[in-house]
Ligand binder design. Structure first.
Ligand code: GAL
Length: 397
């Protein structure tokens, strides 16, 4: 951080040669704080015509933990960079989100950042945004069937599912199973969320060959996304579905080896069902995604096995730099990544995310697998969480 300040000082003194040396030295910064700092310095260096513009941020709900973190990181980044921010949460209600976005448009925001509750339901309100020349960034979840969005910022969603599938395959050592058979059940996400199929397909592509070879059995027979989806990623729904599965297919003593859950809110329900309704005593491998506080505590306590962590602090930084470029009338492309000097990995993808109207250019960050063994390194040492005196990690907002 000090080095960065020195860089700024030297740059101000027009010592171009020294600046190059400093910039090189700074690319190794890893903590959340230094990432935020480097981005800020970068956006301060960017053209300033757009400073003071209004940013409308529409988040889906406070009831799923991660969106609280997304909202507060986005608000912090845009405010720090000199923008005025209006942040709304829509209580997971589609009509409410439409109203919230209408309100932001009426407030004359200059840019909309939207994480959709239902990817299919915003075409009309976003057409209104487009007619008023308000650019829209689809944040984390793709918004479908609209030509009003110009960019998508997210994580590599297929890889999230792939990491979950690979984790289960490795943990159960499926590749060397011989004649052994393993029982697995799947819990997917919200069918209204375009991400959910990416997660499911990523995991299923890893496990499917083992189902086909007979190494993996799914006693419930529920192997399609339509069968395993969980409306609104709801914990209670995941809990009751899993209680039914355990009651119907495992009450005779059948062993459950893994519960492949797409995210932490569903993993929480599945874990509760296993605690209350599963008769077996083996450790069930349970996957998740997001690093929600309760799930991290379960990982520490050995009740959940892993979560896929997505550094939403960095997602906010990418969104800020993209938003600033759009507002400065640039045409952001792959070069934004290098130009922004991010200290996290990101790919520019122009083929994976077709929203039905167009293939949306996407900035995709990289998710990581977190287990009890690397919580300290991935979540605490990076500055995203602090380790409490209770022995559990707590998010730093
Ligand atoms: C997804 C998101 C996940 C998870 C889920 C529930 O769209 O990518 O990280 O949080 O929603 O909110």
């Amino acid at each position: 951080m000090k080095l960065k300040k020195l860089c700024a000082f030297l740059a101000a003194g027009m010592l171009a040669l020294s600046l190059v040396a400093c910039t090189d030295g700074n690319t190794t910064a890893t903590s959340a704080e230094s990432q935020a700092d480097s981005s800020k310095a970068e956006s301060d260096a960017a053209p300033t015509e757009s400073k003071g513009s209004k940013i409308g941020i529409s988040m889906p709900t406070k009831s799923l933990e991660r969106w609280n973190r997304d909202g507060s990181y986005l608000e912090k980044e845009f405010t720090k960079a000199g923008y005025e921010v209006s942040l709304t949460y829509s209580d997971n209600k589609i009509d409410q989100q439409v109203k919230d976005i209408e309100g932001l448009i009426a407030d004359k925001v200059n840019l909309l950042v939207v994480a959709a509750i239902d990817g299919e339901s915003l075409a009309q309100v976003l057409a209104e945004a487009k007619s008023q020349n308000i650019p829209v960034i689809a944040y984390d979840r793709l918004i479908m069937n609209t030509d009003a969005i110009s960019y998508y910022v997210s994580f590599d969603n297929y890889t999230v599912g792939k990491l979950q599938g690979e984790f289960v395959a490795e943990k159960l050592d499926l590749a060397n199973a011989g004649d052994k058979k393993f029982n697995i059940e799947f819990t997917g996400g919200d069918p209204a969320d375009n991400n959910a199929t990416f997660f499911f397909n990523g995991a299923m592509d890893v496990i499917k060959p083992y189902i086909e070879s007979g190494t993996v059995v799914v006693p419930s027979g529920q192997t399609t996304f339509e069968q395993v989806g969980t409306a609104q990623w709801d914990t209670a729904k995941a809990l009751s579905r899993f209680q039914n599965i355990l009651g119907s297919y495992y009450s005779d003593g059948t062993q459950l080896d893994a519960a492949l859950c797409s995210n932490d809110s569903t993993a929480l329900g599945v874990t509760q069902a296993i605690q209350s309704d599963y008769a077996g005593t083996n450790e069930v491998v349970i996957t998740g995604q997001d690093g929600d506080e309760a799930n991290l505590a379960n990982i520490i306590d050995g009740k959940q096995t892993m979560t896929v962590y997505k550094a939403v602090a960095n997602e906010a930084i990418a969104t800020l730099d993209l938003g600033a470029a759009i507002l400065n009338n640039e045409k952001p492309d792959a070069s934004l990544i290098e130009k922004s000097g991010w200290s996290f990995d990101c790919t520019y993808d122009t083929s994976s995310y077709d929203n039905g109207a167009a293939v949306i250019p996407s900035y995709l960050l990289v998710p990581v697998t977190v287990t009890k063994d690397n919580i300290q390194k991935e979540l605490v040492d990076t500055g995203y969480y602090t380790m409490g005196s209770d022995g559990y990690p707590h998010p730093v907002q």
